[in-house]
Structure formats: C-alpha cells, structure tokens
Design a protein around this ligand. Structure first.
Ligand code: HEC
Length: 218
C-alpha cells in the first residue's frame, strides 16, 4: 500500500513539475511573483507589456500587475533623459577627459598633472594589476616591449607576430614621457596601438600611467 502511495505521489509530482517551464519571454510559473517584479518604476527592469501579470490582480489602470512603465515620460520610458547640456561627472566629481585626439591634444597632455595622490602606495599596486590586465601581453611585464603578443610565434619560419612594433617603454625614446602622455595614449591609442578609453576608466588609466613610470625607473 505504501509503495502505491509513494508511486502515485512521485508520478503526480513529476507531472506537476513538467508543467513548469521557462524560456524566451516566458518566465514560467513564479512563486510569490511580487518579489521579482517591482511595482516601482525601475529603469533597468522596466516591463513594457501592459498585459504582463494580468492573471494576478490588475492595477487600477487595467493593465497587468507587473506592468511598470511611466506614462508621463517620452516613449513611456522609466529612465529620464539627463537635462540638456549637462555633463556627467564620475563619483569623484571629475569631468570627462576633454583632450582631443590629435597632435595638439597629445602635446597638451604632456603637461597634465596626475590627479592620483598616492601617499599609501595602494594606487600603484592597483596600477600594477591594471597594467598586467590591459598592457602586459603587448608591452611585457617590465614594459620592455616583449609581451607574448609582441613576440608572436614562428611557425615554419613564418612570423605570426600579431603586433609588430610594440614600443619598448624602457627605451631612451620613451624615458621622459609624462604620466599625462601615457594617460592620453591609453585613452586614444597611438599609431599601431588601439584606444583603451572605452574599456578602462579615467581613474584606472591614471593609475596605469603611474605604474608605467615606476616600471621605467626599475
Ligand atoms: C595590442 C598591443 C598593445 C596593447 C594591449 C597596448 N599597447 Fe601600447 N603600444 C602598442 C604599439 C604597437 C605601440 C607603438 C605605437 C606606434 O608608435 O605606432 C604602443 C605604444 C605605446 C606607448 C608609446 C606612445 C608614444 O608616445 O609613441 C605607450 C606609452 C603605451 N603604448 C602604453 C600602453 C599602455 C599603458 C597600455 C595598457 C593600457 C598599452 N600600451 C597597451 C601596442 C599595445
């Protein structure tokens, strides 16, 4: 008898579970859905389908419970457009770098003073981690221009170096470049080197520049 009860229980649980599926736009059956779907206007989890959650209790406006788009904004967006002519600052209050991507911009960058006050040496350590993430594979651990990508591999005598001409930043030509110069080159790239401004934040670029200067000294 117990065996039959267990069997019946097992089979009915399995059947019940088979009914639970999710994928694509179907989020499946949810337990306590109010925990997942914000009633508040959330820009990053905006639900635009007015019928979403219709099976729950409909809102006063007759749309589904989960619908949370803002009818007062253009395109019913929850995110508000920033006011015109405003400039975003980072959490430290810095304005975006406005040096231009040309010879003048580079010349001006030479004179920039790093905003990183590194009294504890922490910024330098972070600079090292960042350098090893973004630069080492080309410029090498000691900035000698001998990273793996720069060296490349030789197969049957053919050089498969992906990046010929990686600068040896320890060489005389680069000894006296300033942190501002390095910051500018990371931001926009130069010659054969690509720009890293969109991948590396302004603050991190300054930290890398500091670390490169340190590498050059040792
Ligand atoms: C994909 C390979 C590659 C990566 C990654 C790379 N570089 Fe370069 N870098 C180059 C090459 C190639 C040059 C030589 C550019 C030229 O003169 O055409 C160069 C040149 C430079 C120069 C000298 C610019 C000048 O004034 O002539 C600096 C400084 C520099 N890189 C710093 C960095 C830093 C810091 C990073 C990490 C954020 C980095 N690079 C990442 C390939 C790379």
């Amino acid at each position: 008898m117990r065996l039959i009860t267990n069997l019946v229980l097992g089979v009915s649980t399995a059947v019940a579970l088979v009914g639970c599926k999710a994928g694509g736009d179907n989020q499946g059956l949810e337990y306590a859905p109010n925990m997942y779907h914000s009633v508040a206007y959330e820009p990053l989890s905006q639900i635009t389908d007015p019928d979403a959650g219709w099976y729950f209790e409909a809102l006063d406006d007759r749309s589904g419970e989960f619908y949370n788009s803002n009818p007062y904004n253009p395109y019913k967006m929850n995110l508000r457009m920033p006011p015109k002519h405003t400039v975003r600052r980072n959490e430290k209050g810095w304005l975006p770098y406005r040096g231009t991507n040309d010879a003048d911009g580079l010349a001006n960058a030479d004179k920039l003073v790093s905003p990183i006050m590194d009294t504890t040496g922490v910024a330098l350590q972070q600079g090292q981690v960042l350098y090893e993430t973004y630069c080492k594979h080309c410029h090498g651990a000691k900035a000698g221009g001998d990273g793996k990508v720069a060296q490349g591999v030789k197969i049957d005598g053919v050089d498969h170096s992906m990046y010929p001409g990686v600068a040896n930043l320890r060489g005389d030509a680069y000894k006296n470049i300033t942190e501002g110069h390095i910051f500018h080159v990371i931001t926009y790239g130069k010659g054969l080197m690509g720009a890293h401004g969109s991948q590396v934040s302004e603050e991190d670029r300054w930290k890398i520049a500091k670390y490169v200067k340190q590498l050059q000294k040792n």
